[in-house]
Design a binder for this molecule. Structure first.
Ligand code: 7TS
Length: 411
């Protein structure tokens, strides 16, 4: 059995209460962190503590517990800013999730800046969250969608990039594919896009939880991600954008908190980032996300990535030996993040997921919200195992054994 020396998995696992439970009489083997990660005690406790000790609506009251709630919520924003190396917490807009972050850009920036005939360049591997919003915008303003396609290794075909950038206003693509695991060359695409005069939005849902991300160094314009995939709670996500863009963009939703002065016929907007945060925010969730950032920083993102890289290498090596298996995505772990998709000749992905669940193993089966990518791969669905800090190499062995057992049922 191989060991990953990057992090102490056994100690990390003790921080996650869910790993004390059994599923179908077996210890839980959780291989679906690309869908949502498990939560450590510190995150759960931070939210409990807010509700138990200082629950109040932030930004409004002048009394002590409201000030405490405001301070905790805004300190989470600062933590997130530092985590992704954003120049200022004013550039960190809290949303519900990455889906809302992308829709915010579509609605606020897109409607003001994308015109009839403009192009929006996407890729064939996008999650529906980074595809459907642009379909809606394109339909609304008369813009055209174009796509970068993938090669058989699951890499973007960048030889088409410069040609496709002609007339593009925006390039929107995922940092890491949730289905293929492919880590895209963000800097290279961004440089080409900027040369062509297009802005760049990157969907960081599968990247921020798993590697060190520096938005300033990447040179991009918009970056979004979800708290629940990075040890944080559901209901909180982040849009980072360059300050000048946020300053120029009209608000997303109207309501309380996002205004400075309201008269019957008109209103003026609050400062950044609150201009984009209408209504009572997800306070507990924001605080929980701050605790998740603390937790990940305590491990170190380079070690998180190193650990997952070891797991992916091991998984690719072990899965390769399963008779008839088809593996998707790059073979090189340098550009393959912690999600491995595969299919078997005689077992439908849903049947496989059901059978391995009997062994306590949670994997995902389906189109992973990437239906166009499934079409390109020529399958309706794949099985996917995705890894995180709490996964052991031995769980890869358990998965492979369970797959082989499932194959016997169907052969
Ligand atoms: N973008 C990517 C790359 C994703 O992987 C996901 C969720 C989303 C956007 C949407 O995230 P949300 O938090 O706004 O819903 N991906 C998955 C998955 O792979 N399985 O379940 C959800």
């Amino acid at each position: 059995m191989i060991q990953t020396r990057a992090i102490d998995v056994e100690s990390i696992r003790r921080d996650f209460p869910i790993f004390t439970r059994k599923v179908n009489g077996k210890p839980l083997v959780y291989l679906d962190s690309a869908a949502t990660s498990q939560k450590p005690d510190g995150v759960i406790e931070s939210m409990n503590d807010y509700y138990r000790r200082y629950n109040a609506n932030p930004h409004r009251g002048v009394y002590a517990i409201s000030e405490e709630a405001t301070a905790a919520y805004e300190s989470a924003r600062q933590k997130v800013a530092t985590f992704i190396q954003a120049p200022s917490p004013k550039e960190i807009v809290f949303t519900r999730n990455v889906t809302e972050a992308i829709n915010l850009v579509r609605y606020s920036w897109g409607r003001a800046n994308v015109r009839a005939g403009d192009r929006i360049l996407l890729t064939e591997m996008e999650h529906h969250s980074n595809l459907v919003p642009w379909q809606l915008l394109a339909r609304e303003v008369g813009a055209q969608l174009d796509f970068l396609y993938i090669d058989d290794d699951g890499l973007l075909r960048l030889e088409d990039l410069d040609r496709k950038l002609e007339g593009a206003r925006l390039v929107a693509f995922t940092h890491q594919s949730n289905t293929l695991g492919t880590i895209n060359p963000v800097k290279a695409i961004t440089q080409a896009a900027h040369r062509a005069g297009a802005l760049v939005l990157v969907d960081g849902a599968q990247a921020v939880p798993h590697m060190a991300v520096n938005v300033a160094d990447l040179g991009i314009d918009f970056y979004g991600f979800s708290g629940h995939k990075m040890c944080g709670p559901t209901g909180i996500g982040v849009l980072w954008a360059r300050r000048a863009l946020l300053e120029a963009m009209p608000p997303f939703m109207g309501g309380g908190d996002m205004i400075k002065r309201v008269r019957l016929q008109e209103a003026t907007w609050n400062d950044l980032p609150w201009k984009f945060e209408a209504g009572t925010p997800s306070v507990a969730e924001g605080i929980g996300l701050g605790a998740a950032v603390d937790y990940l920083c305590g491990i170190g993102m380079d070690r998180v990535r190193a650990h997952e890289r070891t797991l992916v290498e091991y998984a690719l090596e072990k899965l390769q030996d399963v008779p008839g298996i088809r593996l998707y995505g790059p073979a090189d772990s340098e550009i393959h993040g912690g999600a491995v998709s595969f299919s078997l000749p005689n077992v439908h992905p849903h049947d496989l997921a059901t059978l391995v669940d009997r062994e306590g193993i949670a994997i995902r089966a389906g189109h992973h919200c990437t239906q166009p990518l499934m079409e390109r791969l020529g399958v309706p669905a794949t099985s996917r195992a995705s890894f995180y800090i709490y996964n052991r190499p031995a769980e890869v062995d358990q998965l492979v054994e369970a797959i082989e057992k499932a194959q016997k049922v169907f052969n």
